[in-house]
Design a protein around this ligand. Structure first.
Ligand SMILES: [Fe+2]
Length: 125
């Protein structure tokens, strides 16, 4: 399934997303590299998104004890959750905002959270 796959331009910062379920992505391969979401973080600044179920839905923080920086030159660009492989919700962030997102959505049984750091790339829980 290609839905939600992200690709980054080889010679720039452009990130594109596959939005159709059965799309052919080979056309992108010459100029773009697929972003593989990392889930293990040994650095002091934490990238792995931490999902907390709350009354209204889901609160996602980056990271759990130590917040990721939100500086102009290094920040979390967006946080997203995919609920039950059907509903994709995304919050875009700016420098100086909190590295977290509250998604007031219907709950599901399978939650995959991802976040994109402008320096360190894509991460998932
Ligand atoms: Fe980072």
């Amino acid at each position: 399934m290609s839905i939600g796959k992200l690709f980054k331009e080889n010679s720039g910062k452009l990130v594109v997303e596959i939005v159709s379920r059965d799309s052919e992505v080979s056309a992108l391969k010459d100029s773009f590299k697929e972003l593989e979401a990392k889930s293990q973080d040994a650095a002091i600044e934490k990238h792995v998104p931490y999902v907390e179920e709350v009354d209204e839905g889901y609160l996602v923080k980056v990271g759990k004890e130590t917040k990721h920086p939100m500086l102009a030159e290094h920040f979390i660009e967006f946080i997203e959750i995919l609920v039950d492989d059907n509903f994709l919700y995304r919050k875009y962030l700016k420098p100086n905002e909190e590295p977290e997102a509250l998604f007031k959505v219907a709950k599901g049984s399978k939650i995959v959270a991802k976040e994109y750091c402008n320096i360190h790339g894509l991460w998932k829980n």
